[in-house]
Design a protein around this ligand. Structure first.
Ligand code: APR
Length: 222
């Protein structure tokens, strides 16, 4: 059985990382069009670098929560793929070995053409720091206005899934939110989220935070 998880910011909330759209979330303090868009990068690189440098320094202090660990533990029994919108590395830190980061990774930087990618861990990128091709080194993140290169791979994986579990995403950002439409008919599909999320009728909702919701899901699988 191949279980595919689709995760978002709520997955890492219990690890102390802010979500985007909850009250007190990141988009209350920042304008996504300014810090997470290609236009934002062109108009204010300092602000964009500062935003992601802050995210990296928060990530340095964060640890995977029980939810991440329960997902990783399922690899002992099933084929598991995690398709995440998260740019943190907490799924990997928890032990998941098959993680697709649709929106990029905080611990990587790249040139402006996104053809050279380097590991930077949780260190800051300095303003004006250059990539090998002379362009500005930038966060390896998929911003609003940019292509999502891994979406086709994600569609392929979803279309082969025998069970789909959505955890902690408001399902408001496309193309990620559209992935469930590619599922095989009648594949059991769950959503774990403590708040209401608009999803199709066939989705079985577990209205809990990621950790508690994952324990319930595992009991159901048993
Ligand atoms: N456990 C599970 N879910 C939670 C928890 C928790 N402890 N706390 C909050 N949530 C849920 C919220 O109810 C909400 O449905 O997590 C979801 C977070 O939604 P968003 O903040 O919109 O995050 P996400 O869906 O990942 O955003 C998608 O938007 O700005 C972009 O690129 C960014 O990848 C991000 C994308």
């Amino acid at each position: 059985m191949h279980i595919v998880f689709l995760t978002g910011a709520g997955m890492s909330a219990e690890s102390g990382l802010s979500t985007f759209r909850d009250s007190g979330g990141l988009w209350e303090g920042y304008d996504p069009q300014k810090v997470a868009s290609i236009e934002g990068w062109y108009s204010d690189r300092a602000m964009v670098q500062e935003f992601y440098n802050k995210r990296r320094s928060e990530l340095a202090k964060a640890e995977p929560n029980q939810g991440h660990k329960l997902i990783a533990g399922l690899e002992a029994y099933f084929k598991v793929t995690v398709i995440t919108q998260n740019v943190d590395n907490l799924h990997e830190k928890a032990g998941s070995t098959n993680v697709i980061h649709l929106h990029g990774e905080l611990t990587k930087a790249c040139n402006e053409a996104k053809t050279e990618v380097l590991e930077i861990g949780t260190r800051p990128i300095f303003l004006g720091e250059k990539a090998a091709d002379g362009s500005d080194l930038r966060p390896f993140i998929v911003w609003f206005g940019e292509a999502v290169p891994l979406i086709e791979k994600a569609v392929e994986i979803i279309s082969e899934a025998d069970m789909i579990v959505i955890v902690g995403t408001s399902m408001q950002v496309y193309p990620a939110a559209g992935l469930i439409h590619y599922r095989k008919k009648d594949v059991p599909t769950f959503l774990i989220d403590p708040n209401d999320v608009v999803v199709p009728d066939y989705v079985q909702v577990i209205k809990e935070k990621a950790s508690a919701g994952m324990s319930i899901l595992i009991n159901k699988i048993r």
